[in-house]
Design a protein around this ligand. Sequence first.
Ligand code: NAD
Length: 423
Amino acid sequence: MSQETVLTRPKEDPWEMALEQFHRAADYLPLKRGIREFLAYPKRELTVNFPVKMDDGSVRIFTGYRVHHSTVLGPTKGGIRYHPDVTLNEVRALAMWMTWKCAVAGLPYGGAKGGVVCDPKKMSMNELENLTRRYATEISILMGPESDIPAPDVGTNPQVMAWIMDTYSMHRGYSVPAVVTGKPISIGGSQGRFEATGRGCMIVAREGAKYLGIPLQEARVVVQGFGNVGSVAAYLMHDAGAKVIAVSDSRGGIYNPKGIDPRQVLDHKRKTGSVVDFPGADVVTNEELLELPCDILIPSALEGAITGANAPKIKAKLIVEGANGPTTPEADEILKERGVTVIPDILANSGGVIVSYFEWVQDLQSFFWTEEEINQRLERLMVQSFYHVLETAEKYKVDLRTGAMIRAISRVSDALMTRGIYP
Ligand code: NAD
């Protein structure tokens, strides 16, 4: 029998978490009060309530959001989430994190995020297509290849991106592939995009392990969340020689201290819908999984996984945040005191937006690169970002999250001061 884990959402509000992280880092910078306040607000927020025709002939009303946090560095970029627990505050936080993530990587984008309150697992393909096309139409007043470019996030995938691209293109009367990234290759997607976020996690995990003196060949790795980010991070860590000992999804986790082959787990998940019941591994709950003895922990599910309650019990030496916002500020403090290094989300999972940027550039030029070129450029940017963040953290004597935030806020505030306040 597979184990159903009762999922509890974090008590911490993601927007409050994002603001606390922002102010913690902003305290180190000589920002004028107005500039600091400006950066603490989302630029614009759109809420849409829209009807969708369901398979049984009924019409249901869904609520969706699109938030732009900042347009200082360029058009806004950020994923779209389909999940029953989506809230405006969650989307606000994710949009702000996108601003910092793009700034850390040196991309010419501001941050955005979108979400629809729905359970895609309980909807048919037809219903998902109806929902996506209507939501895309509703947010088309913000969306565009020069203004706001969505991408996949939790609960969405390349097929959803294809429907968004097609809907937008139908309204225009011609194809606009650059309006969205994370598309299938056949319609202007990029080589390497599907693996990009997990690949980026593996690259910074490797550099982080090197920095801490943890030999990758013997490192025991635990991955929470076995979706796009977590599954790829798991098999690339395995390919890099590390030993993946536990993985999980929303239904529960599996553990074998001798190691598991993540590609076989992926096959099992494709066949059965979950990682649980994978032969030759013990079942663990998601709570137990985070506290397993290991060297590297890669939380790749949702916000608020590592809190003040479980941070004292975490045994990993290095945490690589595949997910956005998996560690609360309270947990950050505890981990810092305990000497656990956290590679923050805005650096660790930036591989996705980096290759999304490559995809957008390729679409605008109608000139496509090979997978090798993409992976080489991604490798170069991730390694460079990692050492830049490390350098800043050492200079200010702060943790890597604050170091990354200091870099990001400096870049955005410098651009803001240079552009000036209109009028
Ligand atoms: P996904 O929908 O492909 O996968 C999410 C996974 O997490 C699923 O396996 C789900 O079962 C699991 N999960 C959900 N709740 C869980 C829980 N409480 N415990 C354990 N597992 C749980 O989503 P994704 O695209 O892989 O995104 C995961 C995280 O990575 C999110 O925080 C997202 O914002 C972030 N992220 C994604 C990308 C990207 O390119 N997809 C880029 C950057 C950051």
